[in-house]
Design a protein around this ligand. Structure first.
Ligand SMILES: [Zn+2]
Ligand SMILES: [Zn+2]
Length: 318
């Protein structure tokens, strides 16, 4: 099969002809129809997250057909958990001590075929095209988990209006929340998309929103956004950092945190998050705004993500 391989951090992806993967016990063989591009892929490609083995196939938002005729599945970031550690036993498998992740610990979906542990695959809502379903599997799921961490916050700020924010904005508006979208200064395309999807206000990250926020979700990997978001927050509000990697957070005066404001992160997903979100998405209904790339162009998709050259989500189609 053809697959895009990461040979070492910092190297461009290499399209190669490799042996088809062979499913082990409890695994399914899946023909990849679409694989979403996530900022985490970029962090792994750049070496900000260390891949335990190389070469590696990136990609963890996979929609495909089971080779055994079992129909369509979604394969997410969470590839395997131990099931016995204290986190797994407490319904917090996202924090499992020994968790393995798709496109990091095991090969992912920038390829024509992949294998996955059947217990961690999702059923997908029936009528969604693979291209539209793929971004739900990380951008959507992690965004949803981050949104749940905001409780009943009415006035919500989304920092970094990319794949995750454009999906979660729709859920938040549908839930009756009011959304402010923060982008890189001058990113008119992202701001226009935010308004189109129901945001009341869209502006630059350093701008003050029209009213203080009850919660802020940070999807961009820039630590400087943490004090910026705290500054925009009402007392009692929460800042949720939803990315897996972030540049250092600059020091800030304690008064920004004072007033029972909270800063927290969100890590990975549980299968329960996935089932909840995939059941909710068709009710909203969540619409994906997608830019399509051929498998041969997966490296270009990552560079376009880095440069902010598309609005919404990117998807690789083998
Ligand atoms: Zn991801
Ligand atoms: Zn565990």
């Amino acid at each position: 099969m053809l697959a895009q391989l990461l040979d070492r951090p910092g190297a461009p992806l290499r399209l190669a002809d490799v042996p088809d993967p062979v499913p082990g016990d409890g695994q399914v063989l899946v023909r990849v129809q679409a694989c979403g591009v996530c900022r985490t892929d970029l962090h792994i490609a750049d070496g900000e997250l260390t891949a335990p083995r190389l070469p590696l196939v990136l990609g963890h938002q996979i929609v495909g057909e089971r080779a055994d005729g079992g129909g369509r599945v979604g394969i997410p970031w969470l590839a395997w958990t131990c099931g016995v550690c204290r986190y797994c036993r407490a319904g917090r498998e996202n924090l499992c001590d020994r968790a393995r992740f798709t496109g990091l610990d095991v090969d992912g979906g920038y390829a024509q075929w992949t294998v996955a542990d059947e217990r961690f695959c999702f059923e997908l809502p029936g009528d969604l095209a693979p291209l539209d379903a793929a971004p739900l599997l990380c951008a959507g799921l992690i965004g949803y988990r981050a949104l749940r961490m905001c409780g009943d916050a009415q006035r919500l700020g989304l920092y970094g209006f990319g794949a995750a924010a454009h999906l979660i904005c729709q859920v938040a508006v549908w839930e009756g929340r009011r959304v402010c979208a923060f982008t890189r200064a001058g990113d008119e395309a992202a701001q226009a998309l935010a308004r189109e999807l129901g945001a009341e206000w869209a502006g630059a990250s350093e701008d003050a929103p029209p009213e203080p926020l009850d919660a802020a979700l940070i999807f961009a990997p820039a630590g400087a956004l943490v004090p910026a978001a705290l500054r925009a927050l009402a007392p009692g509000g929460t800042v949720v950092c939803a990315g897996i990697h972030m540049s250092d957070i600059p020091s800030f005066p304690y008064e920004l945190l004072w007033g029972e404001r909270t800063v927290r992160s969100v890590a990975n997903l549980t299968r329960e998050d996935g089932r909840e979100f995939l059941a909710l998405a068709p009710q909203v209904p969540v619409r994906t705004h997608v830019t399509e790339y051929a498998l041969a162009d997966a490296g270009r998709a990552l560079e376009d993500l880095r440069a902010g050259r598309f609005a919404g989500a990117a998807v690789v189609v083998p």
